[in-house]
Design a protein around this ligand. Structure first.
Ligand code: CAA
Length: 240
């Protein structure tokens, strides 16, 4: 069956790998993005995946954007809440804006997008929502009270919404990546990153495609009994 999927932050990094993996599964994929028009255009040209622009932290924009996608393409069956930013600093140096921006986009984005697509999934009796959490939402991370709180919030959001969707064929799961070879991780100071990687039992950064494989599993037609779970893909860095 030709499912329709939307992936937020879907034109770069982990999101781009997810968009392409879902497309390879036979889904019609729409990739949301917020900032980088040039990369989005290049992604669209290379993959044939339509890129749509809005800020997932903007509630009204999510409702309007998803309504437009549904009017033009069809009902959204699969939502991957992947869009996320970092504004790392110790609490002493973190401003309120750094806190607010991360909460608004990383956690608020999940609420905004779910509000847009969950009612339709519930009515139609089928849906898949995958929220990208983080190892740092599970275990915390020095310099990330904003990001860790937002990602930890995503894990709670997932378990609550999973209970609301279960009777209606809508599964809601989280995937918690470890340190993946993306622009976001490349922004971590080199010496700090080297110390982090030294603690990864597998001994390397993960690849975006290794996350996309997990998302594909959670979005599968045959994954209907998997809900409210957190799939950790982190090279063994965090095991509880
Ligand atoms: N544990 C304990 N102490 C630490 C520490 C740690 N993990 N990291 C830094 N410190 C200490 C330093 O040793 C230093 O102590 P001294 O002053 O006594 O020497 C002090 O904290 C200040 O450190 P910095 O000089 O690094 O301070 P800074 O203000 O320049 O930067 C920081 C702080 C922003 C947190 C920086 O260290 C940093 O960027 N760390 C990486 C944070 C990180 O891992 N982010 C993940 C981004 S990727 C992502 O989030 C994706 C995902 O989901 C996994």
């Amino acid at each position: 069956m030709g499912r329709i999927a939307i992936v937020t932050g879907g034109t770069r990094g982990i999101g781009a790998a997810i968009s392409q993996k879902l497309q390879a599964m036979g889904m019609t994929v729409v990739a949301n993005y917020a900032g980088n028009d040039e990369k989005a255009k290049a992604f669209e040209a290379a993959t044939g995946i339509r890129a749509v622009k809005w800020d997932v932290g903007d509630h009204a924009a999510c409702l309007a954007g998803c309504a437009q996608v549904e009017a033009e393409i069809g009902p959204i069956d699969v939502l991957v809440n992947n869009a996320g930013i970092t504004r790392d600093a110790t609490l002493l140096k973190m401003t309120y804006d750094m806190w607010d921006e991360v909460m608004r986009i990383n956690l608020g984005g999940c609420f905004n997008m779910a509000k847009a697509v969950f009612p339709g999934m519930r009515e139609r009796g089928w849906g898949r929502i995958v929220n990208i959490g983080s190892i740092n939402g599970q275990g915390g991370q020095y310099g990330q009270v904003n990001y860790a709180a937002a990602k930890s919030g995503i894990h709670g959001f997932t378990k609550a919404l999973a209970q609301e969707g279960a009777k209606f064929g809508v599964t809601v799961n989280a995937l918690a990546p470890g340190y993946i070879d993306t622009d976001m991780v490349a922004a971590v100071p080199e010496d700090v990153l080297a110390k982090i990687v030294a603690k990864v039992p597998v001994g390397r950064l993960g690849q975006a495609d290794e996350i996309a494989r997990g998302v594909a599993f959670l979005c599968g037609e045959d994954a209907g009994f998997v809900t409210g779970s957190t799939l950790s893909i982190n090279g063994g860095q965090h095991m509880y």
